[in-house]
Design a protein around this ligand. Structure first.
Ligand code: SF4
Ligand code: SF4
Length: 74
């Protein structure tokens, strides 16, 4: 399964990534960051496809996408 990593200190909680994820993989965390907002994180058990829409959309480049080899070739 692919997954994403969101840098909590780079996220401004604009929720653009949440709005574009076709698998509803992203949720808000419950820990404030340096901006004084609750940054996004990947949900437990999320079925990320590695589509990269979230990372492409993020205006702060806070998201890294890690794809599995199997999904890379699909
Ligand atoms: S890579 Fe695609 S499926 Fe995975 S969290 Fe981002 S938008 Fe969602
Ligand atoms: S698009 Fe980027 S800055 Fe906006 S909520 Fe998602 S991770 Fe945070």
């Amino acid at each position: 399964m692919s997954h994403i990593v969101i840098d909590p200190e780079m996220c401004k909680a604009c929720e653009l990534c949440v709005s574009v994820c076709p698998k509803e993989c992203i949720e808000q965390s419950d820990t404030l960051n340096r901006y004084g907002v609750f940054p996004m994180r990947m949900k437990d058990g999320a079925e990320c496809t590695g589509c990269t829409l979230c990372a492409t959309m993020c205006p702060d480049a806070a998201i890294e996408v890690y794809r599995t080899e199997k999904q890379k070739t699909e």
